[in-house]
Design a protein around this ligand. Sequence first.
Ligand code: TYM
Length: 336
Amino acid sequence: MSVMSDNQKKTIFSGVQPSGKLTLGNYLGAIKNFPLLQEEYNCIYCVVDMHAITVRQDPAALRRQTLEVLAQYIACGLDPEKSVLFIQSHVPAHAELGWVLNCYTMFGEASRMTQFKDKSAKHADNVNVGLFDYPVLMAADILLYQTDMVPVGVDQLQHIELARNIAQRFNGVYSDTFVMPEPYIPKTGAKIMSLADPTRKMSKSDENANGFVLLMDKPEDIMRKFKRAVTDSDSRIIVSEDKPGVSNLISIYALATGKTIEQVQEEFQGKGYGDFKPAVGEAVVELLRPIREKTEDLLKNKDYLEQVYREGAQKAGYLARKTLDKVYRKVGFVKR
Ligand code: TYM
């Protein structure tokens, strides 16, 4: 098995929450980059169901969405023969290392996490300790695999910095234990904005369903959302700070077609939104069509998905255990 034997390669780890349907933002900011890296690196990708329960989930929906994210990993090009794909709750070492790292994380530094502040404002009736502790579990996810690189959207940068601080503190006390992870953030697409309010991040939890595009949306819904997308007062199709709506659409179009920002601006020079918005919609429909179709097929084959996540958990569990044993020994736990 490549991950166990190939120690020369660097390691990549990332995770996605099954807390709802995946959006175009999740895809362009993170998942799109996962398969690009699976040839040169040992790649480990997780469906982080334990993170998802920091906000209330319907149990049946959570189970369904967990399998859907796994299927989407494969539909987006991840090959279970090359990358380790697994479900977080199947590898107990995540919770176990999470506990130890809690004892090396300062209350003050965890309190500064902006995602915690945003989420606790949004879920004021359920500001649970898990929500506060979320980034420490995320640090455990990353550090368990001696990860070199973490592909994520820019909203996760602060969490990766925290993981680095925790690793550095632990290494400082006990000598080198964890590899220092680096974020891998794409130049274009690191923050896809809402189509309804381009000053806010595209998010599946947006109350306005016109703000996000889901990977499983039907073509007619995708077209409608792009045609309605909020743009700016003048009709030039250029990237500019005072044109957040058009700038966002240009990034999406560039990523969907593989063109550069300059090529897109040139292509639509002298044209208006009437040409541009449907073109973006069509490009996204074509980008997502194969992913949706492959996901639908995979979801019909539950036995295959089960085989993938079982094997994935076994491989991940083996790697995670090595780090956890080292950590337990260093902090002074008696060997069992
Ligand atoms: P999550 O599930 O919120 O999002 C999954 C990935 O999608 C990226 N993303 C975006 N990128 C660009 N534009 C957007 N509008 C957008 N919305 C989301 C996120 O940055 C993320 O990369 N805490 C993580 C999950 C996690 C994790 C980990 C990630 C748990 N443990 C360890 C990396 C390593 C999260 O909530 O992602």
